[in-house]
Write a protein that binds this ligand. Sequence first.
Ligand code: ADP
Length: 160
Amino acid sequence: MRKAIYPGSFDPLTYGHLDIIKRSAEIFDELTVSILDNKMKTPLFSVEERVKMLEEATKEYPNVKIDSFSGLLIDYAKKKDVHVAIRGLRAITDFEYELQIAQTNQLLSHGELETMFLTTNLEYAYLSSSAVKEIAMFHGDLSMCVPEFIAKQMYEKYGH
Ligand code: ADP
């Protein structure tokens, strides 16, 4: 069985992430979308909230599972016996950062963890979780960025 992990913060999940999820789920037999519980960041949504969000948004994909992890991706992948990590590339600005992470993971895992990059659908290339948060903060239109139920939760967080 071909398995992959798509790790990320997903704070919140955007249509860009969803596009990568949908396309990866067509390539792999089982895709685990896993939220990194990063203690260095203060997220807008708790890990539990993000798990629920992802479960709701991916319920139509039977081979997609939602999980969370903390610590190193290579340790988590080893525990789950998965050898491929998926990442999305939006623009050249993502490249340097992603390349560094991928090479570090390759080194630390002794070649056990490969990183596969999917390029963003151009329609969503402009989308980032931080831009989405800024739009929500000022009660802007989120309809092209995130599913409606997520937009609602974001407006609530910002007191709209
Ligand atoms: P982090 O970099 O904290 O893991 P994210 O949760 O924002 O952040 O992103 C997870 C993955 O999804 C990364 O590989 C990122 O490049 C990718 N990604 C983020 N936004 C988009 C988008 N609009 N289209 C495609 N991929 C994206």
